[in-house]
Design a protein around this ligand. Structure first.
Ligand code: HEC
Ligand code: HEC
Ligand code: HEC
Ligand code: HEC
Ligand code: HEC
Ligand code: HEC
Ligand code: HEC
Ligand code: HEC
Ligand code: HEC
Ligand code: HEC
Length: 551
């Protein structure tokens, strides 16, 4: 019932929920209107569902019937309160908090972020935002939800769907900002958590002054402006950056010492001086049919880098290609540059920028180099991850570089974990083959068994990972039909001593990454003989249980 005296000139929204086939399909049509008639006075499209669906595949809450953010906001308002916890489900508060939940100041200090939903189901979120800034979990990438068109959408289309996206910087408020900065009590200006600073702007009785000090975008970095305050140090505009590219590699035969000729440029395309490069590393592995075991790794001695007349560089590796090597090999590079920027509160900070990892394919006994097959694309990973930068930040290329090490014969090292980290462990080693490990990591909380990688620098468990996507959408990560069977004949078996059987055949190593049940392993092992796997007979392209059909 509408109250008698409601404001007939205010803009209203009506939203519908229509489902078919037991909520397999859902639509939420939305209409904004003014009851008194005339055009809509006020728009409120701060976010759009397509931004959420970069990760959520798709966003579907409340049993799958609610799928549009424009509908969510009609109920998730500041008038509501979760009776059990006292938390507000107001959309901007709840969505901010959920995605920073593992790093919220209150949670880090030992608290929790909960909402008790229908049927008394307790939601106790500890979400790590999958985007990389200063490491994984950096929510300063505000524009993923606000302002930047989602991957695949034009700026014009986005502007129509989210005309108010800039509110994220134009409308600071205690509710929206305080959702993430939850240690600040704006009424008193004090931090509620000891050791964290009080609000430098002092107490704020209401939101009227926020935008006076927190202007949208001053153009400066690390100041109090909303955009400036959320500058991610290693994306700072002050950084000149480093980008290396391999021009050619010579002396690539068995027993030879490869010489790599490469260029190094800053983000503006200007050639760098050798003195501007902080570190270089090379990884060599082969054959490209499928790498086997650890690569040959070399951290370059910078004094051995030769400078060419055209400003390019040349480096001769100190370890030769094996005399027994055959086929094509790969050389991948890492390059870093340490720069000083003016960071928080005017203090100078050292920031290391890293190049995308170029990989060059070199013929050893092949006449012409045969590149390794490409299976996934870094851009696909980065729709969710923004900018994968692993192992200290220097490894960015997931489409051909990680694979140099994360290959069928490489395993983790439980027995080498030092006592300070709880080691050594006696469990058998686990495969770190990319097709096995990445499938398993993203299955995360859906796994039925433990998945832990033991390193000399720590123990990494992945059973808590919540994947917002749909794992049966293989193309979310894969290129072309790289996920279908049969696989190339030359793919190698995967050493996986911690699994039910080892080695795993090439297809089994991929499929059992997600299907970790013993019954699936029994089925796969049954379908494997000493002359290979039979999988493609039934799961091959066009067959009855084609990978594309069953998913
Ligand atoms: C960069 C990736 C990413 C984007 C973009 C994103 N989310 Fe999420 N979201 C996640 C992850 C990861 C989780 C945790 C998933 C899990 O634990 O199952 C999550 C969880 C949630 C949850 C809790 C779901 C539940 O059942 O517990 C809600 C609600 C949610 N997101 C809403 C949104 C909305 C609304 C948007 C857009 C405004 C959005 N998300 C954008 C990554 C993302
Ligand atoms: C018709 C009203 C309504 C709509 C529309 C609605 N919600 Fe809710 N939602 C609620 C109520 C009521 C609760 C329970 C709050 C509580 O108990 O504290 C809730 C709870 C939640 C929770 C907490 C955990 C749970 O699942 O119970 C999440 C997450 C959530 N909603 C997300 C969304 C998202 C995302 C949308 C839009 C796609 C949405 N809701 C649309 C009314 C709605
Ligand atoms: C996971 C998605 C997500 C991310 C990341 C995110 N926001 Fe939001 N933000 C939302 C949602 C959802 C709303 C509520 C939209 C609505 O009410 O229509 C919102 C609302 C806001 C509002 C209120 C705007 C208004 O009209 O009142 C501000 C301010 C804001 N966000 C700032 C930020 C800032 C600053 C960052 C980065 C540090 C950020 N947000 C990151 C999802 C996100
Ligand atoms: C989605 C979460 C999120 C939202 C929303 C958000 N921030 Fe932040 N903000 C961060 C994170 C993360 C940092 C980095 C420092 C940290 O980890 O606490 C940060 C840093 C800052 C800083 C720099 C000082 C510092 O603590 O390093 C300021 C100032 C700031 N935010 C102001 C705001 C204002 C004003 C708003 C509202 C317009 C806002 N924030 C909204 C997550 C958020
Ligand atoms: C008189 C100026 C002033 C006003 C008004 C003001 N602030 Fe601030 N605020 C600051 C300054 C200065 C900082 C520190 C900026 C920095 O670290 O670069 C700050 C920091 C913050 C931070 C980051 C806190 C942290 O933990 O690091 C948040 C969030 C914030 N303000 C939100 C708000 C909100 C919301 C309002 C309105 C209710 C508001 N501010 C009003 C000056 C102000
Ligand atoms: C649909 C979104 C999505 C896509 C696409 C995606 N990931 Fe992830 N990934 C996640 C989420 C969510 C996590 C969990 C983050 C957390 O909890 O630490 C994660 C975690 C990871 C981790 C472990 C991070 C850690 O905390 O140690 C790695 C490695 C990883 N992803 C690599 C990849 C690679 C490589 C690709 C592309 C082939 C990819 N991801 C594609 C969402 C995605
Ligand atoms: C030079 C070799 C090398 C490269 C290149 C490499 N890794 Fe690793 N990575 C390893 C080894 C070896 C282990 C595990 C065992 C150990 O540390 O001995 C590992 C472990 C991991 C783990 C599990 C433990 C953890 O730290 O979370 C993840 C996730 C991971 N790597 C992701 C990646 C991604 C993503 C890339 C590419 C962007 C990559 N790695 C590139 C050698 C490498
Ligand atoms: C989160 C990202 C992600 C998703 C989703 C994903 N994969 Fe993969 N997949 C990978 C990665 C990473 C590799 C190894 C890439 C490489 O070796 O270059 C891989 C490799 C494979 C391979 C081996 C290909 C080869 O030539 O070695 C198969 C088969 C495969 N995946 C099947 C699937 C199927 C089927 C699905 C969907 C049900 C799927 N994948 C979904 C990331 C993903
Ligand atoms: C990225 C994860 C992933 C990979 C890789 C993957 N699957 Fe699946 N698969 C799933 C999910 C999720 C389902 C849906 C049912 C479920 O939850 O188990 C599924 C369902 C199936 C089904 C339907 C039967 C059932 O269990 O419901 C078959 C058959 C199947 N997969 C075969 C394969 C084969 C063969 C491969 C290797 C080529 C493979 N899968 C690789 C995630 C994966
Ligand atoms: C003679 C036909 C046949 C062969 C050969 C075959 N499969 Fe299957 N596979 C099936 C059928 C049938 C199912 C069940 C399909 C369903 O439930 O939709 C299945 C299911 C699966 C599943 C899903 C299992 C689960 O627990 O959910 C995986 C994974 C799988 N197969 C992998 C493989 C692998 C790996 C190989 C080769 C080593 C292989 N299959 C060989 C017929 C076959």
């Amino acid at each position: 019932m509408t109250p008698e005296n409601y404001d007939r000139n205010a803009t209203h929204r009506v939203g519908g929920q229509i489902t078919r086939a037991t909520r397999t399909f859902a639509a939420n049509p939305i209409l904004d209107f003014v009851p008194a008639g005339g055009p809509v006075q006020l728009t409120r499209q701060v976010v759009t569902t397509a931004s959420c669906n970069q990760c959520h595949d798709p966003l579907a809450l409340h049993g799958g019937s609610r799928v549009e953010t424009a509908l969510c906001v009609t109920c998730h308002t500041s008038q509501n309160i979760d009776p059990e916890t006292g938390n507000t489900p107001e959309f901007k508060v709840m969505v901010h908090k959920i995605h920073r939940s593992a790093r919220l100041p209150s949670v880090v200090a030992g608290g929790n972020y909960r909402i008790v939903g229908f049927n008394q189901t307790v939601f106790d979120w500890k979400v790590t935002w999958p985007q990389f800034g200063s490491g994984i979990g950096d929510v300063r990438t505000c524009t993923t939800c606000h302002g930047a068109p989602p991957v695949g959408m034009t700026a014009e289309d986005y502007a129509k769907l989210a005309p108010d996206a800039d509110n994220y910087k134009n409308k600071p408020s205690a509710a929206a900002c305080g959702a993430c900065h939850d240690n600040i009590d704006f009424a008193t200006g004090k931090s509620t958590i000891a050791g964290k600073r009080d609000h430098p702007g002092g107490p704020q009785a209401n939101d009227s002054a926020c935008a006076v000090c927190h202007v949208a975008d001053s153009g400066k970095e690390f100041d109090a402006s909303v955009v400036g305050a959320h500058t991610i140090p290693d994306r700072s505009k002050q950084l000149k950056g480093i980008n290396v590219e391999i021009v050619r590699v010579t002396s690539t035969g068995p027993g030879q010492f490869p010489q790599v000729v490469f260029t190094a440029k800053d983000n503006a395309g200007k050639a760098l001086l050798l003195s501007e490069i902080t570190s270089l590393a090379f990884n060599v592995n082969g054959p490209t049919t499928d790498y086997q075991g650890p690569p040959v790794t070399e951290s370059a001695t910078l004094s051995r880098v030769a400078i060419g007349a055209d400003g390019s560089f040349a480096y001769t590796l100190t370890r030769a290609i094996s005399v027994n090597a055959t086929g094509t090999y790969a050389i991948g590079m890492e390059a870093r540059r340490m720069e000083t920027i003016i960071g928080n509160e005017g203090a100078s900070a050292n920031v290391s920028s890293a190049s995308y990892n170029p990989v060059a394919y070199i013929p050893v006994t092949d006449k012409v180099a045969v590149p390794r097959r490409q299976v996934v694309a870094t851009e696909n990973c980065n729709v969710c991850h923004k900018k994968i930068a692993f192992h200290g930040g220097g490894r960015l290329n997931t489409a051909g570089y990680c694979e140099l090490c994360h290959n069928p014969a490489n395993v983790d090292v439980p027995q080498l974990v030092p006592p300070t980290l709880g080691g050594p462990f006696t469990v058998p080693p686990q495969s770190i083959n990319f097709r096995f490990m990445i499938h398993r990591i993203h299955t995360g909380e859906e796994l039925t068994r433990d998945f832990t990688i033991y390193r000399t620098r720590g123990v990494f468990n992945f059973n808590e990972i919540g994947f917002p996507g749909d794992r049966t959408n293989c193309a979310k990560c894969h290129v072309g039909n790289s996920y279908t069977l049969p696989l190339p004949e030359t793919n190698a078996n995967t050493v996986a001593p911690r699994e039910f059987y080892s080695p795993l055949g090439p297809a089994a190593s991929a499929c059992l990454g997600c299907h970790d049940l013993k019954t699936a392993a029994i089925h796969a092992k049954t379908m494997t003989t000493d002359i290979g796997e039979a999988c493609a007979n039934c799961h091959g392209r066009g067959k009855d249980f084609d990978v594309q059909k069953v998913h």
